[in-house]
Design a protein around this ligand. Structure first.
Ligand SMILES: *Cc1c(COP(=O)(O)O)cnc(C)c1O
Length: 387
């Protein structure tokens, strides 16, 4: 049987036609499609303003730059994230200060953030893990009280809501990802949302620090003369990606409906199983349903253990992944900051027993049924062996 891929992209004729139209338009780089994508995205998440860039990593880097994070500063974030959240802190010369996550949601622990604040702390990056918003109700006032910038790593959080308010609609900066596996995919791409003034500054920084509207300098009405007002970066999005993004944005509601069906099918299949733990969910929790993270309970997490369980699934043609290897376990961070696995016991213990299931609008019912049957059969096999 054909393997079930972990996260195939959902691409229809709409995406293909939009990209072809851009190819035929005579304009490939940042232009009308990118501007339209920014406007429609901002409307979709009720953001004050939005800037399209070439990755979420770039958006996070711009956010730290806009908050003047640099050498001598500290930035707090959770260890259970993709390395890019922490790499961007390193790039500024500031010190990343990792904290643990909450055992149920696996989101950043606000109490751990409070305990990690020092006079050097400049910002907090809150990751909305798997698509479930972090506790902004506690993080926002905490950051305000200490004069800290709050940046949201919203790579998983499209579309997500915290207490009825869309992620991206706040005054603070939020960074979204359109990487191939994310809820809205352009292959590579990202979006930074926030207040209009900051977003305009980010726009210049995303294109070498050139003065405004420099992107249009090759157009018919473009000006050849520009000024460079900062030593900026080069991380603007092009119109090919943006036209793909526009088509995906039109289909986002439909894709989310499909995600919800698959999420519910997994919940129903696994919720009552004594050795499997389904993701923490509540009605109206605003979850973007990006990842379905299943956790093994005893005795499965000891025998065969997560790694062998994954191997079993892979041999059966089921593509799974792990989100994430905690950042403090990676060599660079371990060696530079002397971290031990148990420094963040909740993240470490949960990492050791988690894996993420195939979850894409492109999956068929048959594929998801096979994933469910294979996992249940694997659990039974190993439980019988353990007994
Ligand atoms: C995917 C991801 C990123 C990086 O996104 P890119 O668009 O690939 O740069 C950042 N943070 C988290 C939590 C992610 O999952």
């Amino acid at each position: 049987m054909e393997p079930v891929p972990f996260s195939p992209p959902s691409i229809t004729n709409l995406e293909i036609e939009r990209v072809l139209a851009t190819l035929r338009s005579g304009w490939l780089t940042t232009g009308p499609a990118t501007r339209e994508f920014e406007q429609k995205f901002a409307e979709a998440v009720q953001a004050p303003a939005a800037l399209a860039v070439n990755s979420c990593t770039a958006a996070l880097g711009l956010a730290l730059r806009l908050h003047n994070v640099g050498p001598g500063d500290e930035v707090i974030t959770s260890t259970l994230t993709f390395t890019s959240t922490v790499n961007v802190i390193e790039h500024t010369g500031a010190k990343p200060v990792l904290v643990d996550v909450l055992p149920d949601t696996l989101n950043i622990d606000p109490q751990a953030v409070a305990a990690a604040i020092t006079p050097q702390t400049k910002a907090v990056i809150a990751v909305h893990y798997a698509g479930l918003p972090a506790d902004l109700g506690r993080l926002r006032p905490l950051c305000k009280r200490h004069g800290l910038a709050l940046v949201e790593d919203a790579a998983h959080a499209l579309p997500a809501e915290f207490k009825g308010c869309p992620i991206g609609a706040g005054d603070n900066l939020a960074a979204f990802s359109f990487y191939a596996t994310k809820n809205l995919a352009t292959g590579e791409g990202g979006m930074l949302t926030g207040e209009a003034a900051l977003i305009e500054q980010a726009r210049s920084l995303s294109l070498h620090g050139m003065s405004r509207n420099a992107w249009n300098r090759y157009g018919a009405k473009g000006q050849w003369r520009y000024d460079v007002v900062d030593a900026g970066f080069k991380c603007n999005m092009g119109d090919l990606q943006a036209s793909l993004g526009l088509a995906q944005l039109e289909r986002l509601d439909a894709m989310q409906t499909r995600r919800r069906q698959l999420f519910t099918a997994y919940d129903q299949a696994f919720a009552a199983h004594p050795a499997l733990e389904t993701p923490s969910r509540a009605d109206g929790d605003g979850h973007a349903l990006h990842l379905y993270v299943l956790r093994l309970r005893e005795p499965l997490c000891s025998s065969p253990g997560r790694d062998a369980f994954i191997e079993h699934l892979r041999n059966a043609g089921i593509g799974v992944s792990v989100h994430f290897i905690p950042v403090h376990l990676h060599m660079y961070y371990r060696e530079k900051y002397g971290y031990k696995p148990d420094d963040f016991p909740v993240a470490y213990a949960n990492f050791e027993r988690m894996f993420s299931l195939p979850l894409s609008p492109a999956h068929t019912d048959e594929q998801i049924e096979r994933v469910i049957a294979t996992i249940l059969a694997a659990a039974e096999t190993h439980l019988r062996r353990a007994a």
